[in-house]
Design a protein around this ligand. Structure first.
Ligand SMILES: *[C@@H]1O[C@H](CO)[C@@H](O)[C@H](O)[C@H]1NC(C)=O
Length: 266
């Protein structure tokens, strides 16, 4: 199940208000019950700790999906291809810990999916969002993240920091406040026991007993190696969330690094 989350509540409100196209979704109207719960095994974090993190609302027809992304330059956000696919307008919210207030909003209809994205296997689940007018990066609440080099590899057991406003339990609700979780990577051989279609562009992270994971709404967000502070992965998918034996699956940034450089100039 892809880690995007269809915010049908938006649809209802937008239909009633009748101004779907004319403005950004009203963030206060998102269904956010159970906001005191934790992103599957995570903890509160502030945007100053992860100023590269952005919240995305993707308008698809009259529906909105929620995803995450990372700021890689003044004009580009890195995310997952399944997030942007069929989007009419993308709302990028940067520089805030709270999903429903603060920060800056940018909207754009310019994005590029990786040409080899395969929706069946989620291979090459990576995309770039272009904000032609640029974002204001203040260095405190908004800042670029360094990306893993094309030649780099991820040793099994590497500790990752994953952040977002996604569901706090499988089939639960999104979080109003930014949450973080730390999980170790594992080898692809180990991960194939759970996902036999795993490709060389993908890697897994999680704990065997489950309980800690990214979830729907966190998709497209960054997985950063805690020792180096470099973004090594992009949240892609998982079987449920935080289930024992089913780690989260990420796109390996190093394997798509040259495509990013060609298309974003970063
Ligand atoms: C979440 O919903 C799916 C589909 O209805 C179901 O198969 C799954 O068991 C649910 N998970 C939990 C933890 O309730």
């Amino acid at each position: 199940m892809k880690k995007s989350f269809i915010l049908t509540i938006f649809l209802l409100f937008c239909l009633f208000l009748g101004d779907v196209v004319s403005r950004a979704p009203d963030r206060r109207k998102v269904d956010r019950k159970n906001i005191d719960d934790r992103i599957v095994g995570g903890y509160d974090i502030t945007i100053q700790d992860v100023p590269y993190q952005v919240l995305l609302y993707l308008q698809k027809g009259q529906m909105f999906e929620q995803c995450g992304g990372s700021i890689i330059s003044e004009t580009y956000v890195l995310t997952a291809a399944h997030c942007v696919r069929d989007a009419i307008t993308i709302y990028v919210i940067a520089g805030t810990t709270q999903a429903d207030s603060g920060g800056s909003e940018y909207n754009t209809d310019q994005y590029t999916e990786h040409p080899d994205y395969n929706s069946a296997t989620s291979d090459y689940d990576v995309a770039l969002i272009n904000i032609p007018g640029g974002m204001t990066l203040d260095g405190t609440n908004t800042k670029t993240i360094a990306l893993a080099d094309a030649s780099s590899t991820i040793a099994p057991g590497t500790n990752l920091l994953i952040t977002g406003w996604g569901l706090t339990t499988e089939n639960g609700s999104t979080s109003d406040t930014l949450l973080a979780v730390q999980v170790p990577t594992m080898s692809n051989d180990e991960c194939r026991k759970a996902y036999n279609t795993l490709t060389p562009r993908q890697f897994c992270a999680g704990v065997p007993e489950g309980g800690k994971d990214s979830c729907q709404g966190d998709s497209g967000g960054p997985a950063v190696a805690t020792d180096s502070g470099v973004q090594v992965g992009i949240v892609s998918f998982g079987e449920g969330c935080a289930r024992p034996g089913y780690p989260g699956v990420y796109i390996e940034v190093a394997k798509v690094r040259s495509w990013i450089e060609t298309n974003a100039g970063v």
